[in-house]
Design a protein around this ligand. Structure first.
Ligand SMILES: C[S@@+](CC[C@H](N)C(=O)[O-])C[C@H]1O[C@@H](n2cnc3c(N)ncnc32)[C@H](O)[C@@H]1O
Length: 190
């Protein structure tokens, strides 16, 4: 499966919500994420980080970010984007069992990856294990018109089963996606 994402890496950022090249879209994500994260400095694990767009955006805001992705091509693109900055690192690895220090993160961030993991409950248990005592999970997910994805109610149930109380906000506004969406799009903090 990582081969699929390797092949996507070169063009991944062409999607407005992936590369965040449009300043208005980038600003919308910056405001959204910083509104749901603790104040910097804080330590963030970005799981399934792709080309590192969110990792670098948060590093720009003063967060220390460690990203992981199982696609070497995605990680190469992320490293290139970060241009050697010390406050953001990227590793090749499994987002379901991240190769990160336990109980060391203020935030575990995951956008558009949980839905694709085989054992979501095991992944969430591992993610909770990465958090400091007052840490939080920030999960951006969707249920796409193609029939793929996770409905918000499913994500909330998974988080409750992992011992976390979810708070969900809808992300249907065009500004996050570069145009109207028919999909169920949301962010959950737990
Ligand atoms: C839709 S992209 C999202 C990328 C990034 N989170 C973002 O929002 O821009 C999904 C990413 O998850 C990665 N991925 C999927 N399953 C994974 C797994 N089990 N472990 C690590 N990475 C995974 C893919 O390689 C891809 O980069």
């Amino acid at each position: 499966m990582s081969e699929f994402w390797d092949a996507e890496a070169a063009t991944f950022d062409d999607e407005p919500d992936h590369g965040l090249r449009d300043p208005e879209i980038r600003e919308a994500w910056r405001r959204l994420l910083t509104a749901h994260l603790p104040q910097p400095p804080a330590r963030v694990a970005d799981l399934g980080c792709g080309t590192g767009t969110l990792s670098v955006l948060l590093a720009d805001e003063g967060y220390a970010v460690d990203g992981v992705d199982f696609s070497p091509e995605m990680v190469d693109a992320a490293r290139e984007k970060a241009a050697g900055r010390a406050e953001v690192t990227f590793a090749v690895g499994d987002a379901g069992a991240p190769p990160f220090e336990p109980a060391a993160y203020d935030v575990v961030l995951c956008r558009h990856v949980l839905w694709a993991l085989d054992d979501k409950a095991a992944a969430l248990e591992n993610w909770v294990g990465l958090l400091r005592e007052d840490g939080r999970l920030v999960v951006v997910e969707g249920f796409w018109h193609t029939g793929s994805g996770l409905r918000a109610a499913e994500t909330e149930a998974l988080l409750r089963a992992a011992g976390r109380e979810p708070t969900t906000c809808s992300l249907r506004e065009d500004v996050y996606w570069g145009g109207p969406t028919r999909d169920e799009r949301y962010l959950v903090v737990a």
